[in-house]
Design a binder for this molecule. Structure first.
Ligand code: SPD
Length: 358
């Protein structure tokens, strides 16, 4: 009897261990099942406690992977071999993904918390009636600067200031083709959706002239570098600026009125999804006002969830640098889907610019 019990125990332990190993292996390879959900998001773009709360509430295990650009995310999904249930593209990439039939339509009945999103973030041109996407965060591109490290008497108000020779080796640039080419185009007075090759080559020339002032082209490290006083200025996204200011109140952020980018990041369910039910549950959970407020406080980007604003600190919600009024946002442009060839040209120019620096 005892021997039988022991064999039973051994079989039980081996089975449990095997189950755990298979589960881990599946997770490592990105296989989703009913009880797992694979989320593909930008780096530094969610509060880990929120993921844990979702897991506890639903019993679904979240497998979490990150990317650092729309282009990297889309290439990975196009290539296949992944099972992402949720991805978080920006507007122009949603248009591309729709064109390439990479997205499932959303079932709005399963996302009742969509009612909490401010109308001005719904039904935008890149996704009419939010058939494929729901808003996550929004923001701008601008200049983050540390007044204490600027040369005496220098003020930063617009893109042209970045070319000031006194800023030698003092500027960090976000590693994004649309952001940097767009900044160059705006500096020259062109639209950041311009596709005229002459204007784009002129932009490349202009950007190459910025080279002596560039300290590094970086991703999420820009926050750490700014906080550690490694550079006086960074060109980047508004939420990173807010995060940096959280660490050092002396820092400031300006969106050049001559022109810049207004962007929207959104949840979608790619056709790679294996857990469509869970994906809807996740989106709905993330749009819950209290969860959204908690997540927004952690991430520092601007929430489109009007109900969530009620749970957030007033100084955050009333900061016009991160919740700009229509007078500023009307002057900004949203990236358009420029088509495969034009986007490839943008990427090529950005690469040339990065090579020129070396
Ligand atoms: N660290 C997360 C950054 C996410 C910013 N998304 C911006 C998209 C602009 N097109």
């Amino acid at each position: 009897m005892k021997a039988l019990n022991r064999s039973f125990l051994i079989i039980l332990v081996v089975s449990v261990v095997l189950l755990i190993v298979i589960n881990r292996l599946n997770a490592a390879q990105g296989f989703s099942g009913d009880n797992t959900l694979t989320v593909y998001n930008w780096g530094d773009y969610i509060d880990p406690d929120v993921i844990q709360q979702f897991e506890e509430e639903t019993g679904i295990t979240v497998i979490y992977e990150t990317f650092d650009s729309n282009e990297a995310m889309m290439t990975k999904i196009e290539q296949g071999g992944t099972t992402y249930d949720i991805a978080v593209p920006s507007e122009y990439t949603i248009e591309k993904m729709k064109e390439e039939d990479l997205l499932f339509e959303l079932d709005h009945d399963k996302i009742p918390n969509l009612q909490y999103i401010d109308d001005r973030f719904l039904n935008l041109p890149f996704d009419e009636n939010n058939r494929y996407s729901t808003p996550y965060f929004w923001g701008t591109v601008g200049i983050i600067f540390n007044p204490e490290l600027l040369p005496e008497g220098m003020e930063i108000t617009g893109w042209h200031d970045l070319w000031d020779p006194r800023l030698e080796n003092q500027i960090l640039l976000v590693d994004g083709a649309r952001e940097i080419i767009g900044m160059g185009l705006n500096t020259l007075g062109y639209s950041l959706n311009d596709t005229n090759p002459e204007h784009l080559y002129e932009t490349l020339d202009q950007l190459e002239k910025l080279t002596p002032n560039i300290r590094a082209i970086v991703g999420d490290e820009n926050k750490m570098l700014m906080v550690n006083n490694e550079a006086a200025v960074a060109v980047g996204w508004s939420g990173d600026a807010a995060d940096i200011m959280w660490e050092n109140e002396a820092m400031d952020y300006v969106v050049p009125e001559v022109g810049s980018n207004l962007w929207f990041d959104n949840f979608v369910i790619p056709k790679t999804a294996k857990n469509i039910e869970g994906a809807h549950e996740f989106i709905n959970f993330m749009l819950d006002p209290e969860i959204s407020a908690q997540n927004t406080e952690y991430v520092s980007y601007s929430t489109p969830n009007k109900e969530a604003l009620k749970y957030m600190p007033e100084e955050m919600v009333n900061d016009e640098r991160f919740y700009p009024d229509a007078a500023l946002t009307d002057k900004l442009e949203v990236y358009e889907n420029l088509g495969k060839e034009n986007l490839a040209f943008y990427n090529e120019l950005f690469l040339q610019f990065k090579m020129y620096r070396k």
